[in-house]
Ligand binder design. Structure first.
Ligand SMILES: *Cc1c(COP(=O)(O)O)cnc(C)c1O
Length: 217
């Protein structure tokens, strides 16, 4: 089941687009099945989930943090994760930098954009993104590698398009600035319902859970 799902998605995916299997609530066995079918990157939202699944899988896949990261979880997170997709405050960036410095690691990060400009949502506002990236690119143990966005919850996936486009605009602007210690390589947008639209708009990293593993209980 999981294997068939992964193979189908991979066979239809355009070249150059990476899939992050969003694994929240899934068991290590389910995640391993996805990896055996060709998944290379696992996304986790919570440290608790990650810590229960990671020991059984280890370096069979790359690990991306895709949830809201609390500062008191950063010490553990930087040990496990290969990328943090959800950097959304200077304070968080500072903490990642400090903890990575302690273990001699340079952490690739994406900046989370609050593309719907929603009050209750995490992420940097599109208009603040350039200044934000300039600031955190000063941290020596962080490497900014692109942007991530969720976009507002919408009924019709087609309604996500404007939020993805907004994020792509910011991505292109940052790419054009050629900032030191910044490499705008990844644009992570789109989930089960919206990843095809995200790819049309320019995403080269999509985060898919339900379509791989089935509905969450
Ligand atoms: C759960 C989740 C996804 C995947 O959602 P699906 O609709 O199950 O594909 C993608 N990104 C983030 C940040 C998530 O938390």
């Amino acid at each position: 089941m999981i294997k068939d799902n992964v193979r189908k998605i991979l066979s239809e995916l355009p070249d150059g687009v990476k899939i992050v299997a969003a694994a929240k609530t899934r068991t290590a066995e389910e995640v391993l099945e996805a990896i055996e079918a060709g998944i290379k990157i696992i996304g986790e939202n919570y440290m608790q989930d990650a810590l229960s699944v990671y020991p059984k899988i280890g370096k069979k896949a790359e690990w991306h943090f895709i949830g809201h990261l609390q500062k008191n979880k950063v010490k553990k997170a930087v040990e496990i994760f290969d990328m943090i997709e959800t950097v959304d405050s200077i304070g968080l960036a500072e903490e990642i930098n400090k903890r990575c410095n302690n273990i001699n690691k340079i952490m690739p990060v994406l900046v989370e954009i609050n593309s719907g400009m929603e009050e209750q949502k995490f992420g940097v506002l599109p208009e603040d993104a350039v200044e934000f990236v300039k600031k955190i690119s000063q941290f020596e143990n962080i490497k900014v590698m692109g942007l991530m966005t969720m976009g507002p919850r919408v009924g019709n996936p087609e309604d996500s398009r404007i939020y993805f486009s907004e994020t792509k605009k910011v991505f292109d602007m940052l790419t054009g600035l050629n900032l030191k210690n910044v490499e705008m390589r990844y644009l992570s947008m789109g989930m089960t319902n919206s990843y095809k639209i995200a790819i049309e708009v320019g995403a080269n990293m999509v985060r898919i859970g339900t379509l791989i593993f089935g509905e969450r209980k």
